[in-house]
Every structure is written in structure tokens, then in C-alpha cells.
Design a protein around this ligand. Structure first.
Ligand code: 2P0
Length: 354
């Protein structure tokens, strides 16, 4: 028992998620409580995901983390908040080898080494913190024998990064903003699993892999402080859209899904523009992609593709089915040939499954 050379590890993989009704704005910065509900779709883990290994050993003297091979600091409050929550729920663990026994009390003193990789370059508004924090919380919870269900874990991941709570589930996921001051009811729930609507094909057009200029955290703080539109969005627009989006997903109603997804992306970017100083996440290429999709959808008479943009210029394009995806890719390659002046570098094709 006095032996100090044991190490216990857990490895997990978590896909990222793309919001179709966006989260933008907090009512509590420390607990990460949002000002509106949001809905997202979780991607296939083969495409955009994080793989994280967590290790615990009595030989470790402090917590350390390496992200894509480079050591990063864990001194931030968010990591400490997640860890405190996990420690308070940790259980007893017995290793497979004789003599390894960790009691609930031991977790207070033990330290972790964490290694995390994104299978996609950490790009502007893409492989964001969502997959990373969800994976970190999930793998630590497994290591520490935390028995809480996914919804309870989502409330812990939320304290690492808001959008991370939605990556605990596959398929379509709603993050309920909740009413409680302590955040206990601000959790993710699954609306439909990954098999429910598996015709959809997601294509991500990587417009720029440069790091974004305004982080989501400071961007949404400035929006809440200075935008007049954000209150109208959070109180009047999003609640109605959430109901309509849940209905569209339930009925696999692509025209309604596409209309709501595009409108919500556009309103999110309008609210960014309404911020002081204004925040520009999209660029000329993003705008040209929007025009191209809008024209095509109008030409077809019924939407074939939905677009949505997060805190960066890259386009997430959700096609109705494989045929629409093939036609979309053809159009994109024609209008935005890779390595041309169009500044569009590559395409990533993902299925909407976990
Ligand atoms: C979303 N985004 O719903 C929205 C749409 C970006 C645009 O959630 O401060 O990295 O860690 O809670 O989760 C990005 O914000 O921000 C985000 P924090 P997060 O996906």
C-alpha cells in the first residue's frame, strides 16, 4: 500500500457539437449559466473529436495537462470548478493490481496528468472547447468512479465551457438554461438520438484556420453589456424558435429545420455586429457561401442545405441527404476551388452520428 509507483488511466473520445439554435450570453459568468436555451447536433466522432487520457498516481505532485502535445496551464477557475464538483462525487476505486485502493477521501490529495488531442487542427470556431471539456469531465468522472448520469455530468462540463454540456450526448441535444441560481437545472438533455435523422450530411467548409480574434467568452460578455438586440433575441425570439426547432427535428421537417438554422445563425451574427465594439466573425468568403446557398435553395423551391456559422468564418453546411451533399460539394468546388484566391482551404465531411 505504501508503494508509489502505480498509475491508473482512463481514455475517452468525445465529438464536438454544432449549435443550430445558438448559445450567446451568460447570466452568471462563474457557473456559466446562459440567457437562453440552445439546441445542437453532435458530430460523428470520426471527424471532429477530442481524445483524452487522464492518469492518477501518488507519484504526481501537481495537476498537469498537455493539449496537442504542448503543456497548458490548469490554474484557471473553470478547471478547478469542474474538479471540485467531481471530487465531491467521487467514489472508491480498486485497481486491478493488488494493493491499489483509492478511497473517496484520497481524491482530495491525488493529482492528475491529462493528455488531450484534437483530431482536427484547433481552428477558428471549429474543434472548440466543447469536445475538449466534455471529454475531460467524462474521463475524470470514469477514473474517479463518479456515478452521476450524463445529465448530471453535463452540468459539470457546463462549468468548464458552456457548449461542452451538449457534447455529452449524441444526436440532437438541448441545453436547458434552467431557473435555479446554483445552476443545478442548467443541464443538457437528448432530444433525439443519432439514428433518428441519419440522412443528414454535414460538410464543413474551412474558410480560415487562423485563430479567432475575439474569444467567445469575452465576445458574449461584451454583447450582453452593450447590445440592445440581445435581450429581444434571448427573451422573444429564441424561446419560440426552440419550440419550432424541437418540432422540426421530431418530424424530420427539413425545410423548417433549414429555415430556423439559417435564421438563427444570421441573428447571432447580427447581435455580434450590434456589440460595442462590433464583433465580426464571418468574412467575405462566409458571406459568399451564404449567398450561394440561399440562391440554390430558392432555385430548388425547397431548401436543400442549411448553413450555420459559429464564432469564426468557417461554414457548417447541413444537407438534406447524400444527393444534396454531393451537389453542394460540386457547387462549392466550382465557386470556391481549394487553394484559389477564394481563401477556402479544405472541406471536412461528417455524418451527423456519434
Ligand atoms: C454555441 N458558441 O451555441 C455558440 C454559438 C459560439 C457561437 O457556445 O464561455 O466556448 O466557454 O461558455 O461554449 C462558444 O462558446 O463559451 C459557443 P464559454 P463557449 O455553440
Amino acid at each position: 500500500e505504501s508503494c508509489k509507483d502505480w498509475v491508473l488511466t482512463v481514455t475517452a473520445q468525445t465529438p464536438t457539437n454544432i449549435a443550430v439554435i445558438k448559445y450567446w450570453g451568460k447570466r452568471d459568468e462563474d457557473l456559466i449559466l446562459p440567457i437562453n436555451d440552445s439546441i445542437s447536433v453532435t458530430l460523428d466522432p470520426h471527424h471532429l473529436c477530442t481524445t483524452t487520457s487522464v492518469a492518477v498516481s501518488p507519484a504526481f505532485t501537481h495537476d498537469r495537462m498537455w493539449l496537442n502535445g504542448k503543456e497548458v496551464s490548469l490554474s484557471g477557475g473553470r478547471y478547478q470548478n469542474c474538479l471540485r464538483e467531481l471530487r465531491s462525487r467521487a467514489g472508491d476505486v480498486e485497481g486491478e493490481e493488488k494493493g491499489i485502493k483509492i478511497t473517496k477521501k484520497d481524491w482530495e490529495k491525488l493529482h492528475f496528468h491529462i493528455v488531450s488531442y484534437n483530431n482536427f487542427p484547433t481552428a477558428a470556431g471549429l474543434a472548440s472547447s466543447a469536445a475538449g471539456l466534455a471529454c475531460l469531465v467524462f474521463s475524470l468522472a470514469k477514473l474517479m468512479n463518479v456515478k452521476d448520469d450524463h445529465s448530471r455530468l453535463s452540468a459539470i462540463a457546463r462549468q468548464g465551457s458552456g457548449s461542452a454540456c451538449r457534447s455529452l450526448y449524441g444526436g440532437f441535444v438541448k441545453w436547458i438554461m434552467g431557473k435555479e441560481q446554483n445552476g443545478s437545472d442548467s443541464i443538457a438533455v437528448q432530444l433525439a438520438d443519432e439514428k433518428h435523422w441519419d440522412d443528414l450530411v454535414i460538410i464543413i467548409a474551412v474558410v480560415s484556420s487562423r485563430q479567432k480574434e475575439t474569444s467567445s467568452t469575452s465576445g458574449m460578455r461584451e454583447t450582453v453589456e452593450t447590445s440592445m438586440l440581445i435581450e429581444h433575441r434571448a427573451k422573444e425570439v429564441v424561446p419560440k424558435r426552440i419550440i419550432q426547432m424541437e418540432e422540426a427535428i421530431k418530424n424530420r421537417d427539413f425545410p423548417a429545420f433549414a429555415r430556423l438554422t439559417c435564421a438563427d445563425s444570421n441573428q447571432f451574427h447580427a447581435v455580434c455586429l450590434d456589440t460595442l465594439p462590433p464583433i465580426f466573425y464571418m468574412n467575405d468568403t462566409s458571406h459568399r457561401i451564404i449567398s450561394c446557398v440561399e440562391k440554390w435553395n430558392r432555385f430548388e423551391g425547397t431548401p436543400q442545405v442549411a448553413y450555420t456559422f459559429d464564432a469564426g468564418p468557417n461554414a457548417v453546411l447541413i444537407s438534406h441527404n447524400r444527393k444534396a451533399a454531393a451537389l453542394l460539394l460540386q457547387r462549392l468546388l466550382f465557386h470556391f476551388p481549394p487553394n484559389s484566391d477564394a481563401d477556402l482551404n479544405s472541406y471536412v465531411i461528417g455524418d451527423k452520428t456519434i
